[in-house]
Design a protein around this ligand. Structure first.
Ligand SMILES: *Cc1c(COP(=O)(O)O)cnc(C)c1O
Length: 438
């Protein structure tokens, strides 16, 4: 008999391209049938066949407290009871803005949007509006959402599916994005030397995590800050993934604040919405106040600042206290040790990169420091590993290019399940003769 997952996937493909709403979910890179999620609570996700998995994806980042946290659910229910949307200013969005300003010191103003893509798109327009310049510098393998200007050499699904730069992006748009290899400050310097008066912004993931996790070389982010300052360009740090995940003040809270620098603009998403569609641009008042209606740079949204999403975000940020971040760090380091041990035992070449609680596993013996080295890994070994883990009840991202996302809900019981799954999964990774599973 065909499984419910398979039947639903078949149905979905009839009415949705590839059967999904976002490409990587289709299991294209690992083969087999995507699991349809039915419900999730804490660290556990249940598919439509009733099988339970320990979730190490956390909806690709947002679910830092685990799923259906009672206080988050209550906050959302409360909000929705007052109506799910007003299209007018409301207290909940104001409170979330105040919380972000309180947590991330360089942020003086916040503009809410609904997805990370939209937040970065807004930051880029703001940078262009503020500087009157066109060029954007981004780094190969960094993902900043799927807006036209930033899709060039993007990580995440673009890396997973091995897509060339996407059709539908005009040559004109592509020409205004300068893509440089990650981590090479000398090349950024050269770009500024050649085009300094045309560069509106440099945008980066402070810790790239969409080509797998890559620790920024010492001084790299700071160096970008200094180059932008020297050339009058806007420095955008895309903390959509790292914000409120690495610490209460994201990457900046652990590194920028200690080193005494700040970006001009931050973008936030994922955790900031606690699992509902919510994202934000934040930054210095002088720059942010160029946004309409305070200034001339237009930006808007029917559902922006949505009260239910604001309630979920606010509840999540308030619950994510020091104990939560200490737990994430500890679980992350336990997991890294467990995975490394199992892969080593099975003789599987691998590298585990991490920065703070963010980590990913590369199936390669070579050091991974940029997009090219990330792409050189053995994706087939990952696919076998992935399916063996899934069969044993561990839900990993169906891509070798994603971070593993830990949550506050992971405890001893979940780590036990993972520990039991790992040796077999490592053997599967070691054995090219094994099919990747269903
Ligand atoms: C996920 C992500 C985005 C895009 O966010 P969406 O909500 O998927 O549009 C942008 N930047 C980074 C760094 C991300 O990880």
């Amino acid at each position: 008999m065909t499984s419910s997952n398979a039947r639903l996937f078949e149905r979905a493909r009839r009415v949705m391209p590839g059967g999904v709403s976002s490409p990587v979910r289709a299991f294209g890179a690992v083969g087999g049938t995507p699991r349809f999620a039915a419900s999730a609570r804490g660290a556990w996700i249940t598919d439509v066949e009733g099988k339970q998995y320990v979730d190490l994806v956390g909806s690709w980042g947002p679910m830092i407290l685990g799923h259906a946290h009672p206080e988050v659910v209550a906050a959302v229910q409360d909000a929705v009871g007052d109506s799910s949307s007003f299209g007018a200013p409301c207290l909940r969005e104001l409170e979330l803005a105040e919380e972000i300003v309180r947590l991330v010191e360089p942020v003086q103003r916040v503009r809410f949007t609904s997805s990370g893509t939209e937040a970065v798109m807004t930051a880029v327009r703001l940078a262009r509006g503020a500087t009157g310049r066109a060029l954007i510098v981004k780094f190969a393998g960094c993902y900043h959402g799927h807006s036209d200007a930033l899709l060039a050499a993007a990580g995440s699904g673009v890396a997973t599916l091995g897509l060339p730069d996407s059709p539908g992006v005009t040559a004109g748009t592509a020409a205004s994005t300068l893509v440089l290899p990650y981590g090479r400050l000398d090349l950024v310097e050269q770009a500024f030397a050649a085009h300094g008066d045309q560069i509106a912004a440099v945008v980066t993931e402070p810790v790239p995590a969409n080509m797998g996790v890559i620790a920024p070389p010492a001084g790299f982010n700071r160096g970008l800050r200094d180059l932008c300052s020297a050339h009058g360009a806007v420095f955008i740090v895309d903390e959509v993934l790292t914000g409120f995940r690495l610490s209460r003040a994201g990457y900046w809270g652990l590194a920028g604040s200690a080193e005494g620098w700040a970006p001009d603009l931050f973008t936030f998403g994922k955790v900031v919405g606690g699992g509902l569609p919510m994202s934000a641009v934040g930054g210095r008042a002088d720059l942010m106040d160029l946004l309409a209606p305070a200034g001339p740079v237009y930006q808007a949204g029917t559902l922006s600042g949505n009260p239910a999403a604001a309630a979920a975000g606010l509840a999540t940020l308030r619950l994510a206290d020091d104990a939560v971040y200490a737990h994430l760090d500890q679980v992350s380091s336990q997991l890294r040790a467990m995975v490394s041990e199992a892969l080593t035992q099975a003789g599987v070449a691998h590298r585990i990169n991490h920065w703070g609680n963010l980590f990913s596993v590369f199936f390669t013996s070579a050091e991974v420091s940029d997009y090219d080295t990330a792409k050189a890994q053995d994706s087939a070994a990952f696919a076998r590993f992935f399916h063996a883990m899934l069969d044993r009840g561990v839900w990993l991202a169906p891509s070798a290019f994603e971070a593993w996302f830990v949550s506050a809900a992971l405890g001893e019981r979940e780590l036990d399940v993972i520990a039991r799954a790992l040796p077999e999964a490592a053997c599967a990774a070691a054995d090219p003769a094994r099919p990747a599973g269903s």
